[in-house]
Design a protein around this ligand. Structure first.
Ligand code: ZN
Length: 116
């Protein structure tokens, strides 16, 4: 728990991940992929620095990146892509909702339960 007040640093670009809605770590937490007790041991990353995850976010105001190669949507099973788009977009929208409410990263942990 030696994180400083400036928050988590992106393991790709090294910059601060200041916004909840920019955080792949919290997105993965929302999606149930990261256990709460392991959150501070997982690498943090900007969504913009993780196009393989971000390509599944299809919502207004988000610039969905195009990914080429074996992990790009065009190389993946369409049914899998559709499932991931629905799942990841839902998680992202929850993050946006928390951000709109003015939650900070630590509050996501407390608030996530009530989001059904
Ligand atoms: Zn980054």
């Amino acid at each position: 728990m030696a994180k400083c007040e400036t928050g988590y640093l992106c393991d790709v670009c090294g910059g601060d991940v200041e916004r909840i809605a920019d955080s792949t770590l919290y997105l993965r937490f929302m999606l149930g992929e990261v256990d709460r007790s392991l959150l501070d041991r997982h690498p943090e990353r900007h969504l913009a620095c993780d196009p393989i995850l971000a390509q599944f976010i299809e919502t207004e105001g988000f610039e969905t990146p195009f990914v080429d190669g074996p992990f790009g949507k065009s190389s993946l099973d369409p049914a899998f892509v559709a499932d991931e788009e629905s799942r990841v977009t839902r998680g992202y929208e929850r993050l946006m909702e928390l951000e709109r409410r003015g939650a900070v990263l630590s509050e996501v942990l407390l608030g996530v339960k009530g989001l059904g």
